[in-house]
Design a protein around this ligand. Structure first.
Ligand code: APR
Length: 244
């Protein structure tokens, strides 16, 4: 892929770069994105209908099982070339912040360190009542495991629709978006707030905004550069074009 020279020159000199990623970045690792069509076991449910406190209150076992199924799927999955390219970028740019909506842990596995997990991490489990984290919840397939401390129902440490994002992560993400010279929006449909607003915060503060996505999104008309294709292919090519 040919990248515009002005973008390459800008990235060679850039010292502050922020990146927002979404489910599309993990698609080439074999994980489904959120808004694609589902098949198989969970085909009758929309993820949006399962990822909410109301759904958990209505049928905790259904929600626990859906996350257990996703957790198992993630265990066999490895980062792809896009994740590794972003970890490489972090080494080259002095202030590099990777903000992700993904809960799959693949950025960290690929070596990214300055990482803000805005929507939590599916591999962590906490009590829905007292908030205590646990790494040991047994494997009783009959019922939702309970908190060892208060007997509350355990739940995944992810942010559900209608819940607040972790405050420290969100504040750091807003700060990094406002302060950066270049902002990337990669593999996200850009329809879920407040993450979707970060690109606009960057743009309003003078950053050059770059989108990498399989297809156009509502953000596309607002960006300075848009590249349509797979992030696992475009990102390594971009890193090569900048740093050889
Ligand atoms: N490379 C780049 N982009 C891709 C690829 C790929 N290989 N495959 C798919 N995409 C794009 C799709 O075109 C789509 O725009 O990734 C985007 C995925 O969008 P969503 O499924 O909406 O995922 P995301 O934006 O991360 O969703 C945000 O919504 O359900 C909630 O909490 C959940 O974090 C999630 C949030």
């Amino acid at each position: 892929m040919d990248f515009p020279t002005d973008l390459i020159q800008l990235l060679i000199k850039a010292t502050r770069v922020s990146v927002l990623t979404g489910a599309g970045v993990s698609q080439e690792s074999g994980l489904r994105t959120f808004r694609d069509s589902q098949s198989g076991l969970w085909a009758q449910y929309k993820p949006q209908d399962l990822a909410s406190p109301a759904a958990f209150a209505r049928d905790p076992k259904l929600i626990w099982d859906w996350y257990a199924w996703r957790r198992e799927a993630i265990k066999g999955v490895r980062p792809n070339a896009g994740h590794y390219a972003l970890a490489e970028m972090e080494k080259k740019i002095s202030e590099f912040t990777l903000i992700t909506q993904n809960v799959d842990g693949l950025h960290r596995m690929a070596g990214s360190n300055n990482l803000l997990e805005l929507h939590g991490n599916i591999l962590r489990v906490r009590c829905s009542v007292c908030g205590t984290f646990t790494e040991d919840w047994g494997d009783d397939s009959e019922s939702v495991p309970l908190c060892g401390k208060c007997n509350g129902l355990l739940r995944p440490d992810v942010v559900w629709f209608g819940e607040s994002l972790p405050r420290a992560e969100l504040e750091a993400a807003v700060t990094a978006s406002r302060a950066c010279q270049v902002f990337f929006s990669i593999g996200t449909s850009g329809v879920v707030q407040p993450a979707a607003a970060l690109a606009h915060a960057a743009r309003n503060n003078g950053a050059v905004v770059v989108e990498i996505n399989a297809e156009p999104t509502p953000l596309t008309p607002k960006v300075d550069f848009a590249f349509h294709g797979k992030s696992g292919e475009i990102l390594p090519e971009l890193v090569k074009a900048i740093w050889g």
